[in-house]
Every structure is written in structure tokens, then in C-alpha cells.
Write a protein that binds this ligand. Structure first.
Ligand code: 5AD
Ligand code: SF4
Length: 456
């Protein structure tokens, strides 16, 4: 398999020799897609392409698609309209891959209505991209490389990472949960965990290259299944934290139903692990949660949040919430607001329910009218924003450890970093501070979207 990939990388490279060709990747969707795009970038770089931000100037464009909500689809169709015009005036290869290509209806629509697309690839066939591109540019074929069966885990893809200090490492693929609103299990297949040895090797390699922060990725990281040596997610966390050079460890996304005590203990006992835990709530009402197939009640969620806060010093929580799930009443939505008040999340990713064909919830006739969904969204947003100032002010006069990420975008005399709880802090560096360092700052000012600090 890998040999085949290398063979086609060489063939395309030979074909592209001295042409100075450029690629551009447009990633829609989650961090798993971002991580896939880093692998696509790795393959394209080896094939002799170099990166350009403006896809209008590229010779090869890849759209890595998402289908979790309808607006991601609308965005793709907008971009396809734009690129059609560009394609009429220049020679350009267009490849579309990712989750949306695993949906039969979408695949048919792209094939029928957008015949200028050169390569279509799915989530299980990304590793074939060099061969697909070769067939498109050399044989001038229209390539469709999508399979329905869960792909084997393909190790060893080249990778070109977006940052020098923070890296994502996918630990598992797919999802078995079938939350009734969610399309992911249909397009990403069943859960498949990478071997712990492969994961640890990757993290060790990253540490050697100078990476300081690692984010372990999966649709449901805490149902990770290892082997005799490293059995589960808690043991994997402990092992990753032992790797020298890695100073910070994050993970997304866990599922509340699998948040066992050993995972909480691993977090409490390892100061390298982020002090912001993402705990997707989705709804605060037990009946809605049941219909969502989430497998926990309002009370169980509140107890878990409490337990994490009691056991892990300095921890804050973030969450995902969907408003307007089919059948949700005003009273049921009030339960979501109640949980938001009680848990006091530091960050909330809010979504308006989006009907996804093929899921259980899409078949329901009691869909909530758009207008009501939007009203609930605004109400939730207001509640969340009313808490932001108070939550930020709590940081004033505290000492925070930051990983310096960059110069501040608005003032190049200032540096920007993030706390263990993912808060952006702007500060004036001293002569020895460099990007990638971990430093301590005292927080002096709280603003809505960032804090200000002084180096100590
Ligand atoms: N509509 C709205 N939001 C959704 N999510 C998943 N499916 C849908 C949907 N059909 C949200 C969930 C999930 C996040 C990644 O996207 O909150 O946690
Ligand atoms: Fe979708 Fe639920 Fe799986 Fe998350 S856990 S990917 S929301 S089905």
C-alpha cells in the first residue's frame, strides 16, 4: 500500500519537475479534518507542489469538506461556483474530499452538477490521493475514489503541520454512538483506534522536533481501545504526559457517558493536561437527551461536571450545545439554560439544529420552526455573553503559565500566548522570550476576548 503511494508520489513529482506548481487546501469542518488536511498537504509537498494561501492562484485546489451541518454544504457550493469561473480561464486541477463525499446524495449531486471536478475522494481513501491526482493529470481521467467500508488505519502518511509548537495527533477514527441528529457515524464509519505504540512514537517524534503542545483527536476519545500494555484512554493520557519535551496535552472530544474516574484521575494527576475540559452537553433536558440518544440525564451530566471540578484544581469546562432539536419545547430549552447557569462554562460552541438526511432525527415530523430555533440561539448567546466579563475578571491578579504562540496581530511589540485554560493573553515580552517558550505572567486586565498580562 505504502509502496504504491510512494510510487505515485514520485511519478507526479517527475511530471511536475521545474514547473513550480502551487497547491491550496480549503478545509471546512472540525479539527479531525484539519489534521487530514495536514496529511494532504504532506503528500502534495512531496509531489513537488508548494503552498499558496489564495486558492485562486493555485494550480491544484483541494476542498476538504464537512457535512455535520447544512451551512458547511452551502459554503462548498458557493466556492464551487467561484472556482468554476477560474477553471474556465486556466488549467487547474480540482479535488474534493472529506465527509461530504461519503454521502450518496451529495456525491451524485457533485458528479452531475459539477462535471469540472477532476478528483473526488472519500474519508477512507485519502491515502490514494497521489494515484488519483496522477490519473487526473496524466491520463486526464475523472477520478472517483470513494468506498463505503471502513478503511484500515493507514499509518505513515507524510504530514506538513500548520504550527511549529502545537500539533494534533489523531488517536481514533469513526464513531459508534449514533446520536440521533448526527451524520458523522455514517460518513466516518465505526470506531477504530490507532495502536498506542504508533501514537506514542508520533508524539515522541514531535517532542524531538520541538513541539510543546499536543492535542489528541477523535470523535469520542475516551472510548479509545488500546492493547495489553496501554489499555484505555486514561492510560494513554498518562503515557503521553510522560514524554519529555511535551508540556501540554489537550484532547477533543470526549463523551460524558465514557468519562470514567480513571480519566478524571489522569487529568488531576498530570499538570501537563489542559485545565479546560470539553464536555459536550448538547441539551440540558433529560427527555431531549434521551431522544438524542446521548445516554445520560441532566442530573448525571451535572454530577459529572461537579465531580471534575472538585477533583481537578483550577479546571474550567467548555461545551457544545444544539438548540431546536425536533420536538424541543420552550420548557425543555429552559433546562439547557439552567445547566449553562449551573456549570458556568468558560466557552460554549452553540449550534442551531440542522436536519441531516439519513439520521433518525431527520425523519421526525415535529421539526422546530426556524424562527423559534433562532430565538433560542439568541437567548443562549445572551446568557453566555452575560457571563464572559465575570469569568474573565476572575483571572485578574492570578499567575498563569502561557505557551507563547506568536506576535500579537495588532501590535508587534507584544506577544500572544494561551493559558492552560485556553485564554488568549497579550503581554510585552522581555529580551529572552521567544515564540514557543512557556512563561509565567501575572494577569492585569480582562477584556472580552483576551486578557493582558505582565511577565514575571
Ligand atoms: N445540527 C446541529 N449541530 C450538530 N452537531 C452535530 N450534528 C449536528 C446537527 N445535525 C454539533 C454537536 C457536536 C458538534 C461537533 O456539532 O454539538 O458536538
Ligand atoms: Fe456525532 Fe454523537 Fe458521534 Fe459526536 S458522539 S460524532 S455527536 S454521533
Amino acid at each position: 500500500m505504502q509502496e504504491n503511494q510512494e510510487k505515485f508520489i514520485e511519478k507526479v513529482k517527475e511530471k511536475n519537475k521545474n514547473k513550480k506548481l502551487k497547491y491550496s487546501i480549503l478545509t471546512m469542518g472540525c479539527q479531525l479534518n484539519e489534521n487530514d488536511s495536514e496529511k494532504i498537504a504532506g503528500m502534495l509537498t512531496k509531489m513537488g507542489y508548494s503552498e499558496i494561501d489564495d486558492y485562486k492562484k493555485a494550480d491544484l485546489v483541494v476542498f476538504n469538506t464537512c457535512c455535520v451541518r447544512e451551512n458547511a454544504e452551502e459554503r462548498l457550493f458557493g466556492k464551487l461556483g467561484e472556482i468554476k469561473k477560474i477553471k474556465e480561464s486556466k488549467n487547474l486541477i480540482l479535488a474534493i474530499g472529506g465527509c461530504m463525499m461519503q454521502e450518496k446524495n451529495m456525491l451524485e449531486k457533485i458528479k452531475k452538477s459539477y462535471p469540472f471536478v477532476n478528483v473526488i475522494f472519500g474519508t477512507h481513501t485519502m491515502q490514494n490521493l497521489p494515484e488519483d491526482i496522477y490519473n487526473a493529470i496524466v491520463k486526464n481521467e475523472k477520478v472517483k475514489d470513494v468506498i463505503d467500508i471502513d478503511g484500515e488505519i493507514y499509518e505513515g502518511l507524510p504530514i506538513k503541520r500548520n504550527s511549529k509548537y502545537r500539533a494534533s495527533v489523531t488517536i481514533m477514527y469513526g464513531c459508534n454512538n449514533f446520536c440521533s441528529y448526527c451524520i458523522v457515524p455514517y460518513v466516518r464509519g465505526r470506531e477504530r483506534s490507532r495502536k498506542p505504540e504508533r501514537i506514542l512514537e508520533e508524539v515522541e517524534e514531535l517532542a524531538k522536533e520541538g513541539y510543546k503542545e499536543i492535542t489528541l483527536l477523535g470523535q469520542n476519545v475516551n472510548s479509545y481501545k488500546g492493547n495489553e500494555k496501554i489499555k484505555n484512554f486514561a492510560e494513554l493520557l498518562n503515557a503521553v504526559c510522560k514524554i519529555e519535551g511535551i508540556e501540554r496535552v489537550n484532547f477533543i472530544s470526549p463523551h460524558p457517558k465514557d468519562f470514567t474516574d480513571d480519566v478524571i484521575n489522569a487529568i488531576a494527576n498530570n499538570s501537563k493536561i489542559s485545565r479546560i475540559i470539553h464536555l459536550p452537553l448538547q441539551s440540558g433536558n433529560t427527555k431531549v437527551l434521551n431522544e438524542m440518544n446521548r445516554k445520560y440525564t441532566k442530573e448525571q451530566y451535572l454530577n459529572l461536571a461537579e465531580k471534575i471540578k472538585n477533583k481537578v484544581e483550577g479546571v474550567v469546562l467548555s461545551t457544545d450545545i444544539i438548540v431546536g432539536f425536533p420536538g424541543e419545547t420552550d420548557e425543555e430549552f429552559e433546562d439547557t439554560l439552567d445547566v449553562v447557569k449551573k456549570v458556568n462554562f468558560e466557552q460554549i460552541f452553540m449550534f442551531i439544529y440542522s436536519k441531516r438526511e439519513g439520521t433518525v432525527a431527520a425523519k421526525r415530523e415535529d421539526q422546530v420552526p426556524e424562527e423559534i430555533k433562532h430565538k433560542r440561539f439568541e437567548k443562549l448567546k445572551e446568557l453566555y455573553e452575560s457571563r464572559v466579563d465575570e469569568n474573565n475578571e476572575k483571572y485578574i491578579n492570578t499567575i498563569q503559565k502561557l505557551l507563547i504562540e506568536d506576535k500579537s496581530k495588532n501590535n508587534d511589540k507584544m506577544f500572544e500566548g494561551r493559558t492552560q485554560t485556553n485564554k488568549v493573553v497579550i503581554f510585552e515580552p522581555n529580551d529572552t522570550n521567544e515564540i514557543g517558550d512557556i512563561v509565567s505572567v501575572k494577569i492585569t486586565e480582562a477584556h472580552k476576548w483576551y486578557l493582558k498580562g505582565e511577565i514575571i
